[in-house]
Design a protein around this ligand. Sequence first.
Ligand SMILES: *Cc1c(COP(=O)(O)O)cnc(C)c1O
Length: 377
Amino acid sequence: MIGFNKPYLSGKEIEYISQAVNSMKISGDGIFTKKCHDFFEKKYGFKKVLLTTSCTDALEMAAILLDIKDGDEVIAPSYTFVSTVNAFVLRGAKIVFIDSRPDNPNMDVDQIEALITPRTKVIVPVHYAGIACDMDKIMALANRHNLFVVEDAAQAIDSYYKSRPLGSIGHMAAFSFHETKNIISGEGGMLVVNDEQFIKRAEIIREKGTNRSSFFRGEVDKYGWVDIGSSFLPSDIIAAFLYAQLENLDTIQTKRKEIWSRYYGELKQLEQSGSIKLAHVPDFATNNAHMFYIQCKTLEERSALIEHLKKGGVHAVFHYLSLHKSPYYTGKHHGGEMLQSDRYADTLLRLPFYYELTDKDILRITDLIVSFYKTII
Ligand SMILES: *Cc1c(COP(=O)(O)O)cnc(C)c1O
């Protein structure tokens, strides 16, 4: 059986975890957390990086930082992971869902303006499959209407928009190091703060509402309760694991891009013959090889293909269900149809994708797909 995902260990994870343990400072913000922060700030020019225990936590921090209150409106795609919006709902926000582009699952930026009201506070672009949303258009709208932009960059590590790293463009961004992402620490994430006005408070919110970070830098002589907050920082053991991955980021990315191109090469014929659709990467975006997906024509066709792959020993999976139709949000949704989101929910299929996937595996998978489309013609 070829599984859908397999976490990749780059080699030094256990060694660095032992080092973290032996340093006898294994709570948050130890040596490895600092190494990770420095790595990201240097490599991508992020103004301030704070590791968190998940991307979900980073998004929750963003919602607190932006003072989201009852009735504030947040524009976000319907085709996304629940945390993208749940973080804001926890603070009382109303989610104003927006449909996806016809050519890829990212938000259709041309529909944003019509959804803006006097209560709109935030736009949350999700860079699906690590492929950039049209950030110039989003930032221009945000500036014109005085809105904040929080990039859900959970899948977007080491990916770019017009040569600018994703996560560096919005006022803030949230990344994930969940074991299904390119760079992992089991569970894990980070908040990137690009707008300076939020940096100090971000540290406080992450440390249970205390000014403990200032205290450790010697800026205040005692620390106490100064704001709301929670415990969002990971143990240094998690950071140790993550740092081992970061040291191998380039190798991991090179390998993943090779796998992506291999899949693309094998399946492009099926796209040309009109059987399936492959991912569309706009000119302004790079592809960080986070996932490889195909689009079938219908839900029934996709279910049959999943079954066919399963019989052949391959585990392929669909992805999100439209959030505007979720049991939790149906009664709360503004009512607009999200036809593209529904279409991706029905037809998008993700193929196995991980560092150790071999050429032979890829050929076995693509042969099964080719044989499936021969039988249905
Ligand atoms: C993975 C993912 C998340 C959640 O990340 P966690 O680290 O598991 O909290 C949020 N948004 C998107 C788009 C994701 O892919």
